[in-house]
Structures are given as C-alpha cells and as structure tokens.
Design a protein. Structure first.
Lengths: 321, 321
C-alpha cells in the first residue's frame, strides 16, 4: 500500500459547523473567520448554505457573507444547497459548483432529512440534471449521505450503496454526462477502517476511474483511523472542519464531536510526509478563533497538544528517506 | 495484513488518569470506580502507583485502595512503581507484577522525569534485576517511555530505540533472564501510524519472538489511527484509559487529551470483528462515572456518540462473513 504524496482538504466548518450551532453566529464573525482560513493554504472552503432561513436561520446571511469575504485567488468558495431553489441562489452568488447529484444511502435518513425516500429522491434527479445543463454546469460528481451507516437504519450494506451508485452513474450517462467523482459521507459516524477499505476496493474494482472523496465524522472516535485507512487505499480528498466544528444533530448526546478536524487530519498527513499545502500554525490559530466564536471548547486536538514544529518534527522522515 | 482475532486492553485510568488530576480524588470514589471496572470484562487494571506521597499526593492512598477493592477472580490488579522502594511496597500489597525493566528512550525526558540520564538509568538496571530475582519474580518485560518522540528532544530515532532495547535484552540475558515483551510508550503523543508500522516491523525483524505492547496517548489526535496501524501489524495488547482519562502534563496546553480511551479502542476493535471480551455499555457507564468523579467532560467519544448496539451494528460483518 502506498500513501498518496499529497492530500486536498475541503474545509466545511463555516457551513456545516456553524449550521449546527444552537446560538446564532454574528455575520462579521463568519466573514473574519473565512478570511482567516483563506490565509492557511486551504484551496476549498464551503462558506455557507442556500437553505430556507425558516429551517436554518443560521444561514440566513448566505448572500451577505459571500459578498463580504475577501476572496483570495486560487481559493474556491463553495456553498451547500439541498433543492433547486438553493441551486438557483448558488448560481447567482459567485460560488464554485460541482454539478453534483446527491442522495442518501439510508432510506430512513432520507425520509428524516429530506422528507422523501431514496427512490423518490432518485426520481427527482432528472430535474437536477436539467437545471445543471441549463446553467451550463457539467455533472461530474455524485454524493451519498449516510454511506456507511445510519442511526435510524443501522449499517448500510455495501451492495446497496453500489447499486444506487450504479443507478446515478447510468442516469447521468443517459443524459450525456460522465460522473468522475463520488463523495461518500459518513454523516452519523458509523464507518470503521476495514469498512472504508472494503468499500473503496469494491468501488475501485467496479469503476476504476471514479475518484472517491470522503466526508467523515468523528462522532464515535474513529474519524482519524478512517482517514488513515483511506490514505492507505490511496484516497487524497477529504472534507474536514477546523477544530472539529460541526457537532452531529443525530448523535446519541448533544455536543458529540462532529466533522473530523482539519488541523488534526493535516497533522496526521504532514507527520507521515504527505503534503497538505497547509500552514499548521495558521490552522491552529483558526481553530482557537472558532472556539472563540462558538464560545466553548471544540474537539480538535492539535490546538491543545501543540504542533511542536520547532522540536525536530521531521527527523524520522529524514531517517526514513 | 491480517488483523488479530482478539485484543487485550490494559486499563490504566485509575493510576495514570487520577494521578494527573489537579484536585484530589476521594479514596471511596476510586474504590467504587475500580469495582465498576472489574465488571466490564477488563482483565488488567492498573489501580494505583507506589510513589512518594510528597511528589504525587493523589496516590497517597495506594495501600488503602488495594486493600478495599473487591477483587474479581480473573482480573489482575496492577500498580506502577518508579524506584526500588516502590517495588518493595508493590511486593507486599498483593498486586500483579511483570518484572519489567523500564527506561526512557528520550534522554531529555529521563532527566526531567527521573532526574537521571538514560545511561544512568541503564546502569541501575542490575539493581532492579537483583531485586526482582530476590523476590522470585521472573524478568520477562521491558518498557520504554517516550519511545516515538519527546516534547524536549523531538523525534526518537528508531536506531536509538533498537540500540537501547538490545542493551536491556543483553543485560537481562547475562543475568539468566529472557525478555519476552516490550512495552513502547508514546508518552507525549508523538507517534504516527507509519512510524508505528516501521517500528513494529523493525523490532519483529530483529527479535521475532518479542511481543510488542503499546501505550499510546491521544495528545495530538492520532491515537486511534495509531491503534489501527498497530492492529494491521498484528499487535493485540494496548494500554488504555476509560474516557481518555489521563491528560498529559507535558502537552502544550493544560487539559490536552491523555491516554487513548478504553471504550473508543474497544469500539474500534468490535466494529471490525476483533473480540475484546468487553461490555461496551458497561464501559460507557464507567466513562460517565469517571466524568462525575473528575467533575468535567473527558475526551472519550463513545459515551457522547453512542454505542447504538441495538441498531443492526453487526450487519456489515455478517455481509463480509
């Protein structure tokens, strides 16, 4: 097994992190936070979500945030959207779009999160394809929530995941589009490292050219072990959130850890000689800033344990080389 | 790479965890906590430390704790000791002893922790051998603090670790003893998964019959990734602490996570089909008890994320099977 030479971390903290905060985050805090993250080396930052302010009041300032941030050249500013109305807002607000088709691998989660079954969601994909094509956005990506397990349904069978993946690929193909990347989300923290490996191997056997991107949660503590397993399979793209922002509204207990932490994943990679392009000290500063904004301690380790980059951190790599 | 079929977790929370608490823990709380842990399936519990109450007042009740706990048949109750006086106390207080020879792989940490260089400590080992032999305890084990890195010295070179390991093995041999197990401690949270693998492979190349036991800390977030890497190399013995009790007096920031969490490691293993012999729900209860005793939230994830064992947790294993 050969580890990748570099990884790309997609920051989701300002969207997924702030979205799950009980209190409201001040718009100017969001802007300052995103501006600070733009200076860390991150190339992809999901800054907000185009959702109804009725359901997610924390994201009511989506347009203002996108207009006010200082855009650093080379950084893609992204946004989440869950319906066609959200896509419309995204199209007029200068965000980088993937042209992604998204379903939940768990039917129970789909009902709960989108009020539609996975089959119903699948039937709506042609509308999405039409909307993307009308906007001139190539459809290169598909995404699956709850790809590994679900608090309301249990483990997701790999066969089932492969089956719905196949359906989405075929659907895109029939509209003249070619899916090149799949984003698998472990929305509720169910994956384990062996399951990650088995899933990646099965997908690579079936669709060798499909790139796999992981969105992992650390809800039950296996987040970084899962990242390591994925790295061993050659994966190199991960969604992460500064400080482990994110929480999980579906965890057994409120306040459970959410997304895997950007700085911890970056540290894991850098310690093993995998380039991240990120400044760890700058990430730690952003991590502390995030704690200040939400007003409590967050789960990321590195800010507490210390980067310690002044103390011969690379000598074992030299020894190895 | 084949994962082991079972693992053995050595609980160190009551010793290493409570030792690093700023406030004093009531003796009756310690006893109730150890009694609860005796009911989880744990077979090894380090309950206290025979150190000078002048330096570690939290452990002044070592003898009372050992006399008062309800000993469950099949559970080994252990204690730490750092000098020959401590060993003497251990010998008269009904604890399971390994006959272990312990050094620090980091010279700087040795000076700081023991006020002696690693060489000076090495020169004292014949006294330890003599004391063990006098007590009729076979010397089967050696241990190394700061085996992977040190906040005061940086990364520990593998060559250096192998060299001092060789010296201890030779020393024991010259006294008619055969070292069968090495305990490598990542005292300050420096190890990364690749380093773990490289270290294990080098040791197994040189001493194929030597069993390797790991004592890992999660100070900088890589604890469970390191466990997974070790499992992939076939290791099956780990020191862990309920709830991630432990802290690290040498971390950059007070309150940084300490030992890897017993319940999180057990969950990782069980999810991958590795038997732990442990009751996860009972461990989670102990984890909550630990939080009550120290009066604050602790880093272990499982109590927050939930075991969720009622929701088809094993179906992917069945599918695999």
């Amino acid at each position: 097994m050969t580890l990748p030479q570099r990884v790309e971390l997609y920051e989701v903290g300002p969207r997924e992190g702030f979205q799950s905060e009980a209190g409201s985050i001040r718009t100017e805090d969001k802007i300052a936070f995103i501006n600070a993250m733009s200076q860390t080396g991150l190339k992809n930052i999901e800054v907000t979500s185009f959702v109804s302010p009725k359901w997610v009041p924390q994201m009511a300032d989506a347009e203002i945030v996108l207009k006010s941030i200082e855009r650093v050249p080379g950084v893609a500013y992204r946004a989440a959207y869950l319906n066609l109305k959200g896509l419309e807002r995204a199209l007029t607000n200068n965000v980088t779009l993937d042209g992604s088709l998204v379903l939940s691998a768990s039917n129970a989660f789909s009902k709960r999160n989108m009020n539609k079954t996975t089959s119903e969601m699948l039937k709506e994909l042609p509308e999405w394809i039409e909307a993307y094509q009308k906007a001139g956005i190539p459809i290169k990506q598909m995404g699956f929530m709850a790809s590994f397990g679900c608090n309301f349904e249990g483990y997701i069978y790999l066969e089932h995941l492969l089956e719905i993946m196949g359906k989405v690929i075929a659907l895109a193909q029939s509209s003249g589009e070619r899916i090149q990347k799949v984003k698998l989300a472990d929305t509720m923290g169910w994956a384990n490292p062996q399951q990650i490996k088995r899933t990646v191997q099965a997908i690579q056997d079936k669709w060798p050219e499909l790139q796999i991107h992981l969105h992992l949660h650390d809800t039950r503590g296996l987040g970084l072990a899962n990242v390591y397993a994925a790295l061993e399979e050659g994966l190199w793209e991960f969604d992460t959130a500064i400080a482990g922002l994110g929480g999980c509204p579906f965890a057994a207990v409120k306040g459970a850890p959410g997304n895997i932490s950007t700085e911890d994943v970056a540290f894991l990679c850098e310690q093993m000689g995998i380039a991240t392009g990120l400044n760890l000290d700058a990430l730690v500063e952003c991590s502390k800033m995030a704690e200040g904004i939400v007003g409590r301690e967050l789960p990321g380790h590195l800010a507490k344990g210390g980067v310690l980059s002044d103390i011969r951190p690379r000598s074992w790599l030299q020894e190895q080389g």
